[in-house]
Design a protein around this ligand. Sequence first.
Ligand SMILES: *[C@@H]1O[C@H](CO)[C@@H](O)[C@H](O)[C@H]1NC(C)=O
Ligand SMILES: *[C@@H]1O[C@H](CO)[C@@H](O)[C@H](O)[C@H]1NC(C)=O
Ligand SMILES: *[C@@H]1O[C@H](CO)[C@@H](O)[C@H](O)[C@H]1NC(C)=O
Ligand SMILES: *[C@@H]1O[C@H](CO)[C@@H](O)[C@H](O)[C@H]1NC(C)=O
Ligand SMILES: *[C@@H]1O[C@H](CO)[C@@H](O)[C@H](O)[C@H]1NC(C)=O
Ligand SMILES: *[C@@H]1O[C@H](CO)[C@@H](O)[C@H](O)[C@H]1NC(C)=O
Length: 808
Amino acid sequence: MHVLMASSTLNLPLLLSLILFCNFHHSSSFSLSVENPNEHIPSLPKGTFTAGFYAVGENAFCFAIWYTRPPHTIVWMANRDHPVNGKRSTLSLLETGNLVLTDANQFQVWSTNIIPTVSKQLRLHLNDTGNLVLLDDSSNLVLWQSFDFPTDTLLPNQPLRGSTNLVSSRSGTNYSSGFYKLFFDFENVLRLMYQGPRVSSVFWPYAWLQSNNFGNGNSNGRSTFNDSRVVVLDDFGAMVSSDNLTFKTTDYGAVLQRRLTLDHDGNVRVYSMKDGEIKWSVSLLFRPQPCFIHGICGPNSYCSNHPRSGRKCSCLPGHKWVDSQDWTKGCIQNFEPWCNNNTEQESRFVHLPEFDFYGYDYGFYQNHTYKECVNQCLRLCECKGFQYSFGEKDGLGSQCYLKTQLLNGHHSQGFSGVFILRLPLSHDYENPQLSGLVCGGNSGGVKVLERPYVEEKENGSVNFMLWFASGLGGIEVLCFFLVWCFLFKNNADKQAYVLAAETGFRKFSYAELKQATKGFSEEIGRGAGGTVYKGVLSDNRVVAIKRLHDVANQGESEFLAEVSIIGRLNHMNLIGMLGFCAEGKYRLLVYEYMENGSLAQNLSSNSNVLDWTTRYNIAVGTARGLAYLHEECLEWILHCDIKPQNILLDSDYQPKVADFGLSKLLNRNNMDNSTFSRIRGTRGYMAPEWVFNLPITSKVDVYSYGIVVLEMITGRSPTAGIQITQLEAESHHHERLVTWVRQKRRKGSEVGSSWVDQIVDPALGSNYNRNEIEILVTVALECVEEEKDVRPSMSHVAERLQSHEHNS
Ligand SMILES: *[C@@H]1O[C@H](CO)[C@@H](O)[C@H](O)[C@H]1NC(C)=O
Ligand SMILES: *[C@@H]1O[C@H](CO)[C@@H](O)[C@H](O)[C@H]1NC(C)=O
Ligand SMILES: *[C@@H]1O[C@H](CO)[C@@H](O)[C@H](O)[C@H]1NC(C)=O
Ligand SMILES: *[C@@H]1O[C@H](CO)[C@@H](O)[C@H](O)[C@H]1NC(C)=O
Ligand SMILES: *[C@@H]1O[C@H](CO)[C@@H](O)[C@H](O)[C@H]1NC(C)=O
Ligand SMILES: *[C@@H]1O[C@H](CO)[C@@H](O)[C@H](O)[C@H]1NC(C)=O
């Protein structure tokens, strides 16, 4: 198959001869057949582990390593996503030194893929540590080892490194790759992530614990400094990670059999078993509250604690299971879409006390009455309801969070908020409290997985048959390959279509975008990482198309993964991404077009002065958008380049933050370069952390935001008229704007005259609200404090500004 893949020009005779060649050079020094269930590799010297073919379904096998003792727990699998047929499948050690798994004597489904060696002294050895090692005995060199390619389990002394990750299995009985991932992120922090079919989010450690340095509990003391990115469980039960996270099992000290597994429910557990026991016991748990694990119950369903099983999932009223055997698929509406212009008469709002749907807020409204929240929701067809909190305790006033997606739902006793679900008036729903909880089956039951296999008749001349079969095999492989290409292409199109139907987000071809921009003729902006062009799509939508530079080295799938995360962020103060293009060396992003351009253009324009109310709204909206990025969208995206050029204004002068997520997208390639390549952002707006090489947190965005706000108030650019020569000088020039405002404010209060009138942008004349300027300057100056821990968080800024908006 690899030979086939590599050949782009399908030269039939050449291919056939290559396949024949392969068939006749199948000589191997060692082979294990699926048809002989007693053929196993025992670990040496004690036989703690066994390697061999393991049945994962009817007539479906995986090559695996398991504990020899019951319950025969699997610790590693070679081909978890491609089980092989129970007939004629083999594991062979070829003379090239490669270990190869062949399905039904036809397709290679897995290989160690090492560079061919000429050594005659290859040895496959299963160590008593559980490590399957391919050794070159002549040089005593490890050519390959299973410890370098973990699946969902780490054994004692098996390091998990930055380049690998643990991926959970799909369910308790299905060993194929599931939705949870344990990995080191680009900040060197060990994280747990849910990577579902439609959304993905990091949920451990929690973003809000990470961004504040006073966090306690699990995130306490995580360090971003150490880039060795390695975590290991030792013989005594201590887990030590290079981000300074350490855990000790409850039975720490004793040398027992232990394994660390990322289970299919998204939790990491360390299991221990004493000699003579036949059951694993949990000796360490990463997240004690199972309902806080993202994606544990799919969309439109909610998780609740259950005395016996720990948790269960239930559909919201008016919804039904997509697949009652698989909770992760969630629920769908049990009614037709009904929203239109006079929806007010047709919606009903159902109160679900003690419910919470975490994240994915479409909008946040503070100090709104219940009625006002209902009206906000009615205005938006996609609004599925809102989270409502009365805010009696914290004195923030009542708040509502509008939701267009209902994810990460949980019902927990004592939770103070209420979720208000919107349903059609005509729909008869059952209240969960009255009807009892509707439960699906056990998550992911066993489905029989059949491997197709057609038995060949073995008569006639063996020699002839061999030739004939090989030729036939070649043609078959070719046909299979062509059909596969065809199906795959169709499938990809279909997926793109489904995604488009759901979110309006889609993949564009390069030709399409070239045409839309008339050959990239109308440039409307240029910034870090790319150039922006105006374009008109075939459906007459006007769009902004950003062409990225310097991402050509990035793999398409990686790019896709990042982009689809950005594309799913949905907030009224973030620019909407409509799609992307990844073709060959081209990487483009398609955004909604903003009629009123950027804040920078508006501030420098003399003809069309932004009035004070608009400026205040822009400050509030930008804060909300950034708060969403930092804390609520769960992916914990830092912007790293906040400036007036990146704040766009729609037709109502509502601000939309643009260019977020790119820092992550562009960062991948130069992660390991010198510290200077770390520096991002724009002169004048950069926080001192960049210059002094301190850890980068969400507070760098808070700093830049503060500078932008000061610029909006004063009309003075932090960079204007300053000659920049060195980075060292960097921290001083925007100091001028900051110091100037600070001094005016201090002197003003001494003298008693209004300092506000002295700093405010002269273009505003006398049309401004002194109160609002005072509060905005106060907040902005806190944002630009040198010491990052003194700066407020973005959501705190948004809250303070919003509360003033209502008072004034
Ligand atoms: C094999 O196991 C022994 C201890 O049982 C250990 O010292 C050795 O390093 C292991 N070898 C490999 C290649 O894992
Ligand atoms: C980084 O982490 C590794 C592994 O935990 C540790 O051995 C090393 O000492 C750490 N380096 C620093 C500078 O802390
Ligand atoms: C790592 O943790 C230890 C104590 O657990 C603490 O003393 C040390 O300062 C931490 N290091 C970093 C870089 O956070
Ligand atoms: C609602 O009505 C207005 C005119 O009254 C129309 O322009 C608009 O398209 C309608 N919207 C929907 C969703 O039907
Ligand atoms: C396991 O899950 C995968 C992915 O959902 C599915 O394709 C496969 O058929 C399942 N296998 C079994 C044995 O149920
Ligand atoms: C909420 O609104 C009420 C009345 O409009 C006002 O008295 C109160 O101060 C507001 N609270 C906050 C936190 O904005």
